[in-house]
Design a protein around this ligand. Structure first.
Ligand code: ATP
Length: 371
């Protein structure tokens, strides 16, 4: 394809013990991150966790208090933003309002003294890539949010950066357009093979776009892993709570004679058999975390045998949510829990007010954290 010819070879991005302070407060706390060439990494975390600061450090817009950044193996700490080969797309797009789309996209190349012929050819290629060639003569104010974003991306890519940095790129877009642009940017990123860092507080966005996700909390990198691993095997209780909102229950982890473990709830009577408690398998006081879809429920017959292996609960609410049903369960003297059952699993005949027992679905990952 056309893109293939001008394909950029990805470079690695390495952060070593990167620290940043604003006055007394630490915004980025000794972050180590090794990003592979061509990888798309999402910096994910709640507002104020330091992800934008980290992105700006890589771009060279902020000089970090400590630590080192390497791009393509080269230490860039003393290089100005335009010498680093990092292209950034801002949340606000920051297009020049008095310039047409083609002038915006060609701006960086012209500033570098490229020939008119080169500028025109690159502008054309870039606008074609983001499917905006029909809008070359328009001004930014004559474009929708999504179109402005495409132009901003084309402008950034026109100077062939080695690394693409995207700061909350979809914040201004409505939900459907957001999804389209996520797919679109992922396609372009893959075709160019350009190493990309994207800042987001939206876990779905990080999950659907990234090769790996760096989850941050209060300046600290809590986990750097594939989306599957972050979801199924959260490394910390923060990750478990922030990504996918797990059910969290306090209790004791007890080894069993058969090599499995048992989780015993401190309040309430629940006991759950656990095959692989991760990340903690030290017996004692723990926090148990299970995703709503990793639990299964079955009805308890009125007057039936009382079973202790499982979480006894009462159905408070059943919410249809697309292809799934969400059950909100309440328990006496114990925190409520959520269970999600895909409709394809043959929906159990369970209604509001029913007594049910919840267990860990066979083969599902659960997490146990030391207390
Ligand atoms: P958001 O998603 O809200 O943009 P973020 O995760 O990107 O948040 P940062 O913008 O990196 O977080 O901010 C990290 C911390 O540093 C926050 O506590 C913030 O208040 C603080 N901070 C950011 N910029 C400055 C500044 N220029 N001066 C002082 N403190 C700052």
């Amino acid at each position: 394809s056309k893109l293939g010819q001008q394909s950029l070879s990805g470079v690695s991005v390495e952060l070593e013990s990167v620290l940043h302070r604003y006055g007394e407060s630490i915004a980025v706390d000794r972050v180590d991150l090794q990003i592979n060439p061509g990888e798309l990494v999402a910096l994910l975390g709640p507002s104020g966790c330091g992800k934008t600061t980290l992105l700006r450090i890589v771009a060279g817009l902020i000089t970090q208090t400590g630590g080192t950044v390497r791009i393509g193996g080269q230490q860039v700490d003393r290089l100005a933003p335009n010498e680093r080969g990092a292209g950034i797309v801002f949340q606000s797009y920051a297009l020049f309002p008095h310039m047409t789309v083609e002038k915006n996209v060609g701006y960086g190349l012209r500033a570098r003294g490229a020939s008119e012929r080169e500028v025109n050819q690159t502008v054309h290629e870039m606008l074609e890539m983001v499917q905006m060639d029909a809008y070359a003569r328009r001004y930014p104010r004559e474009l929708s949010g999504g179109q402005q974003q495409r132009v901003a991306l084309a402008r950034t890519l026109a100077v062939h950066p080695r690394v693409l940095l995207l700061d909350e790129p979809f914040a201004a877009l409505d939900k459907n357009l957001r999804l389209d642009m996520q797919i679109e940017i992922r396609r372009i990123q893959r075709e160019l093979g350009i190493t990309t860092l994207i800042v987001t507080h939206d876990q779905d966005e990080a999950m659907s776009m990234a090769d790996r996700i760096a989850v941050m909390n209060a300046g600290v990198l809590e986990q750097f892993d594939s989306p599957e691993a972050v979801y199924d095997r959260p490394a910390t209780r923060f990750v478990a709570g922030f990504v996918g909102t797990a059910n969290m229950i306090e209790g004791l982890l007890v080894p069993r004679a058969d090599g499995m473990y048992e989780f015993q709830e401190s309040e309430g009577q629940a006991r759950l058999a656990i095959r692989h408690p991760g990340p903690c398998s030290r017996p004692g006081s723990v926090l148990f975390a299970a995703r709503p879809e990793h639990l299964a429920i079955e009805p308890v017959e009125a007057g039936g045998v009382y079973r202790v292996d499982g979480l006894m609960a009462r159905v408070e609410m059943v919410l249809p949510l697309g292809p799934s049903l969400v059950y909100e369960l309440s328990r006496q003297d114990a925190p409520g829990i959520k269970v999600v059952v895909p409709r394809t699993h043959g929906v159990p005949r369970i209604a509001v007010g029913d007594q049910v027992v919840a267990r860990v679905r066979d083969g599902s990952p659960v997490s146990v954290f030391a207390d």
